[in-house]
Design a protein around this ligand. Structure first.
Ligand code: DX5
Ligand code: ZN
Length: 219
């Protein structure tokens, strides 16, 4: 059976002056998930949006994929759970110890929502492998986190392939999500390598969003 690719538009690239309109446009375009990029200016060299903006869209009828690019992610899990997050993904690099990572995975799971772990482009894949049996998703960054509109880093494709082989040879249920520089061309590379979920910001923000989402799903 053909696998179903999910598309998660990144809100960061859309017009915050018309927040609820934009979220509806994303829903009407048949996006699977809404990707919410939370940045703190410390873990990444940029600030995005946080709790008040997520509060404003908490009742939107779409799966909310929260990507925490922040230090001390454990301090904010409860807040995002209250804001109807369906998946919370934190960065491996934001945690100092193995125990911290394991505890955070358990904490998010205990809220009955999905948990993801993300890795930056330069982080060796070996670091994330021990956690793949316990998480619902691994988020592979295809750009340095912090900004939309960057170009897909080429070796991401190989990284996805390696993760795919590792996950599938062990029968884990972990999905692979890719984030950064996704367009028709790079999406095809990522899907062929084994990606299940595509995050896309700048590629999807225009009025062709519906056609483009369809195209990404059928590559
Ligand atoms: C980058 C964010 C991405 C970003 C994607 O730090 O995690 O989700 O918004 O934007 P594009 O698709 O434009 O690279
Ligand atoms: Zn993201």
């Amino acid at each position: 059976m053909e696998k179903k690719i999910k598309v998660a538009p990144s809100l960061l690239s859309f017009d915050f002056g018309q927040l609820s309109k934009e979220v509806h446009r994303i829903i009407n375009a048949k996006a699977d998930w809404l990707h919410l990029d939370i940045m703190d200016g410390i873990f990444v060299p940029n600030l995005s949006f946080g709790i008040p903006v997520c509060e404003a869209i908490k009742d939107a009828m779409i799966f909310k994929d929260v990507h925490l690019m922040i230090t001390h992610p454990h301090l904010y899990v409860d807040s995002f759970v209250k804001l109807n997050a369906n998946l919370i993904t934190f960065h491996l690099e934001a945690c100092e110890r193995k125990k911290e990572i394991q505890d955070l995975i358990q904490k998010i799971k205990s809220k009955n929502i999905k948990v993801g772990i993300s890795i930056k482009p330069e982080t060796p894949l070996e670091y994330v492998l021990p956690y793949l049996k316990d998480v619902d998703l691994v988020l592979v960054m295809a750009v340095e986190p912090g900004f939309g509109g960057q170009s897909y880093i080429e070796n991401t494709t190989q990284r996805i392939k390696t993760l795919y082989d590792y996950i599938h040879s062990r029968g884990y249920a972990c999905l692979i999500e890719v984030d950064g520089g996704i367009n028709e061309k790079t999406a095809k590379l990522a899907i062929d390598a084994g990606a299940d979920v595509l995050v896309a910001g700048s590629y999807l923000k225009d009025d062709k969003i519906k056609e483009k989402i369809q195209k990404l799903k059928n590559l």
